[in-house]
Each structure stands twice: as C-alpha cells, then as structure tokens.
Design a protein. Structure first.
Ligand code: B12
Ligand code: SF4
Length: 448
C-alpha cells in the first residue's frame, strides 16, 4: 500500500517566527513510519516546512492533529476522502476528542499507536477499517521503535536530535492534557538500552529530550544519567519544579552534560498554583531552585501561564520583575488555554466561561475564556507585553548569565531566535535550518 503521513501547518503566535514551524518534525509520524512494515511504501509530508502535494492518490492517509491544527487537518482529510482515499486521524486532540474527529475521517486512533498500527494497516488492506482504534492498556515502551528519520529532509529543521525517553507524567495538573481521561497517562520510561541506541543512531552529541517530565521516575533518570555520561553529550530536558528537593540529581545532570532545563513554574502567584492543582510546585522554593540550577551552570527556560483564577492585571509586572531579577535565561509564556478534553475545559465550560471556540485560537496566545480577575483584553495585552518586555534589549542585557560559558547560547537564543527571529528565520529559509542550528551548536558548545 501507499501510505502518506501528514503534519498540518501549525498556527503561529504573534511573537513566533517560522523557526517555530521548522523546530522539529512530528516524532509521532516518524514513529508511525518506523512501525510500518517494509512491504508498504510510506512517505511523510510536513506542511510546516513546505507545500503539500495534494494531487497524489495514496491508499491511506494518516494525519497527526493538535487542537490548533485540527481545522486544517479536517480540510486535508476532506480533500482525500472526496477521492475515495481512506483517512485516519491521530494525536493529542483526536485522542481527547475522538467523536469530533471521526466526523471528518474514516477512522481515529485514540492514544498510542505502537500496538495497533499494524492492525490498522491490515484492516485497510482487507477493507475492514474500523472507526475507532484504542489500545486498552498503556503501551509497553520497549515497543517504541527508533523513529524513521529518513522520511524527512533534515536540512529543513532546526532540531533533528529530539528523543523521548518516557510517556506521561506522574502529575495531573488541571490545565494539562495529562488531566484528560481518555487514555493512559501514567508515567512510563523506555528501556534505557533502547533510548541509548536511539541516541547513538542520531550521530550527534547534542540531544533534546522532549519528555513531559524527564524526572518522572528519579531512579530511572539517575541510572540513565550514569549511562549517558560516557557519551559526552550536551542535552536539554523538561523537568518538574519538585527537582528542588533533589540537589544531588542536579549534580548528576550537570556531570552528564545538561545545559538547560525547561521548568513549568507556571506562576509566581500561590493562589493561582492552587487553583490549577499544581501541588508539586511551591512558589516559596522557586528562588532556591533557580539558584541551585544556576550554580551548576545550567540555564533555565521558565514556562509560565497567565490567566489563572488568582491572577489580576498586576501579575504581569510582578512576574517580569521576578524573571529579570532572577536572570531567567529564556521564557515561554502561555495564556491559560482550556484544551478540549482537559479537566479545566470541563470546569470552565460548566461555569459558562468559554467564549471563543475557534480551534486556531487554541495556541495559547488568545484569551478564549473569561478570566476571573481581569478582562480578556487585559489578559491578552499583558501577555503580549511581557513577551516584548522580557525580550527587550535592555532586559536581555540585564539577564545576561553570570556564568560566562552560557553567554553564547544565551545571546543566540535571545537575539537570533526571539528578538530578531522573524528576520533570521526568513534569511535561513527552510533549506538552511539545520546549518543554522549546527553553527549555533558549534559556537555554543564546540560540537555539532
Ligand atoms: C515536541 C512538542 C512540540 C514541538 C512540535 C514538533 C512537531 N513538529 O511535532 C514544538 C515545540 C514545535 C511544539 C509546539 C507547540 N505545541 Co507542543 N508539544 C510537543 C511535545 C512535548 C511532544 C510531542 C511528541 O513528539 N511526542 C512523541 C510522540 C511519539 O508521541 P505522540 O505525539 O503522543 O504520538 C503518539 C500518539 O499520539 C499517536 N499518534 C500521533 N499522531 C498520530 C497520527 C496517526 C495517523 C495515528 C494513527 C496515531 C498518531 O501515535 C504516536 C505513537 O504512539 C508535546 C507533549 C507530549 N507529551 O505529547 C507537546 C504538545 C503536543 N504541544 C502542545 C502545544 C499546546 C503546543 C503549541 C500550541 C505551544 C505554543 N503555545 O505555541 C505549539 C503548537 C504546535 C502544533 N500545532 O503542533 C500541547 C498540545 C495540546 C493539544 N491538546 O493540542 C502538548 C500536548 C503539550 C501540553 N502538555 O500542553 N510542540
Ligand atoms: S507537571 Fe507538567 S507535564 Fe506534568 S501534568 Fe503538570 S503541566 Fe502536565
């Protein structure tokens, strides 16, 4: 069979550049490619880095869908189905909202695909495609294959060194898709030897771990760190703020090559944290955590959310001061967004507070609900302003890391990716993305 896998074009927030779309290919589709038996002819097209060829006639089309790409995915699906081609949709948004998605496709995959993809392909071949595919148990992650990287043109992406070592998260914050009931979210790690094999196959010494929570099982993380140390990698990962209780783990991370950590601080407002059910975070220990991380020469990407029930318009100025004072190297901010299927969606819906249902607005840069202590306009304006202010030249200079070894990657990210990202990404174009990132790595860490 001819199988075509598609990643629909994502929406950009006002502060985003084409770098966002070219950041990395869909790992989900590369995994599906790897799961596909060799007798099939599998291809992948990513609308984020080029135009889709919609004139072809594959036997099966598979599309990976997030909430903000859902309308485009449904459009693409409609096009193929009008020609009698079978379309299956999967991914986070479809898994959380299978009935909605099924109205636009022949079949949907709810949750992980590893244990059901072969069955789906065989059902297409025998003309017996079911409407819903759902793996009743959490996937055994030893079955996750090495992604089929040769499906894509690597030159079009900034990062083709992304690795997942786990699925799920031990926590279930109200606003996160990990709060959805649809499928198994409990935390699982891959066998260490599989993750190591994947890293070696990448052929690079710089790796981005894109797990929800790299420290979901600290025993596993410690053993993994011990085993990657001899590889002399530099790497980046996302961890929960409870890492403050494990200073020894931070030492081991630095020894194993950690350069930066993405941390979901979410808010410096205690009442807001409580309202989000984020009990593992403690605002009082945030500054200690930052000191511990910086002391080890690791940079911080602070993830923040604005619009919690405890937030009023003063939250933006307070947070900006806090970020600058603590010399946070990079910030990723979001307007609280009730993704359909999450606990917060159910709550805000029951309170009749969801006022914008345009899926393309669910990319965390729109106030799609009525906030508690400010207007939607105040929330959006404050969010746009904190981005502008945080990445102003004055504040980039004020936040310059004390650790000299971090200054080059710091300046590259702040200026080339954020401040002048729109121009820089246009100059780089899609064909030069990998060269740009190799150049950045060489300048920052002396490796490719
Ligand atoms: C890497 C990543 C990114 C990368 C995306 C790179 C890319 N081209 O895909 C970047 C940094 C660019 C990014 C951007 C954004 N992201 Co993001 N991202 C992730 C992250 C951390 C990992 C995704 C991943 O690759 N997982 C590994 C793969 C193997 O697992 P998987 O996707 O679940 O796929 C499995 C199944 O779902 C299924 N499957 C998936 N697709 C398909 C398709 C078919 C046909 C089938 C059969 C099966 C199937 O099979 C796979 C194997 O089992 C997730 C968090 C997470 N844990 O999923 C957030 C996440 C997907 N992102 C999210 C968000 C909100 C965004 C942004 C809007 C953020 C922003 N404010 O700009 C943008 C928009 C992105 C977009 N529209 O696609 C949300 C999505 C919420 C939602 N309900 O849609 C998530 C869940 C994070 C979160 N906790 O909120 N992101
Ligand atoms: S700690 Fe992060 S990944 Fe885990 S449930 Fe909370 S927001 Fe989601």
């Amino acid at each position: 069979m001819k199988i075509k896998l598609i990643s629909p074009k994502m929406t950009l927030r006002p502060m985003d550049s084409e770098f966002k779309r070219a950041m990395s290919p869909s790992l989900a589709l590369l995994v599906l490619g790897a799961l596909t038996p060799v007798e099939h002819d599998v291809t992948m097209e990513d609308e984020n880095v080029g135009k889709l060829n919609l004139d072809d006639l594959p036997d099966l089309v598979g599309i990976s869908v997030n909430v903000d790409t859902s309308l485009r995915a449904y459009e693409i699906s409609k096009h193929y189905r009008s020609q009698g081609i079978k379309v299956i949709l999967g991914g986070i948004h479809v898994s959380a909202n299978p009935n909605e998605a099924l109205a636009f496709a022949d079949a949907v995959c709810i949750g992980e695909a590893e244990e059901i993809w072969i069955q789906i392909l065989s059902d297409v071949q025998t003309g017996d495609l079911k409407q819903k595919y759902y793996n009743a148990r959490p996937t055994d992650l030893s079955l996750t294959p090495i992604p089929k990287w040769d499906l894509i043109d690597k030159s079009k992406y900034l990062y083709t060194n992304v690795v997942v070592t786990s699925r799920g998260c031990p926590f279930h914050c109200e606003f996160c898709y990990n709060s959805c009931e649809y499928v198994h979210h409990w935390f699982r790690n891959r066998p260490i030897k599989n993750a190591l094999e994947e890293i070696r196959a990448l052929g690079t010494r710089q790796v981005m771990f894109i797990d929800d929570n790299f420290i979901g099982n600290i025993g596993w993380t410690k053993e993994f760190l011990r085993q990657i140390r001899p590889l002399n990698l530099t790497w980046h990962a996302a961890v929960s703020a409870n890492i403050v209780h494990y200073p020894g783990l931070l030492d081991e991370m630095k020894d194993a090559g950690c350069e930066s950590l993405f941390i979901g601080f979410e808010t410096i407002n205690e009442a807001s944290l409580k309202s989000a059910g984020k009990h593992q975070n403690n605002v009082k220990s945030y500054e200690k955590l930052i000191r511990e991380i910086h002391a080890r020469g690791i940079m911080i990407n602070a993830s923040l959310v604005f619009g919690f029930d405890g937030d009023d318009p003063a939250v933006f100025e307070k947070t900006l001061k806090w970020l600058v004072k603590n010399k946070i190297e990079t910030m990723t901010a979001h307007i609280l967004t009730p993704y359909p299927g999450t606990k917060i969606y159910q709550r805000l819906k029951s309170e009749s507070r969801i006022v914008d249902i345009e899926p393309a607005h669910y990319n965390t840069s729109f106030a799609v609900f009525s906030p508690n202590k400010m207007t939607r306009q105040q929330l959006r304006r404050g969010y746009l302003k904190i981005y502008r202010d945080f990445y102003s030249i004055k504040n980039i200079i004020k936040r310059l890391p004390d650790d000299r070894s971090q200054r080059v990657p710091y300046l590259l990210f702040n200026f080339v990716y954020r401040k002048f990202g729109k121009i820089a990404s246009r100059i780089a174009g899609f064909g030069l993305m990998d060269r740009l990132s190799k150049w950045a790595r060489r300048l920052s860490y002396g490796i490719e």
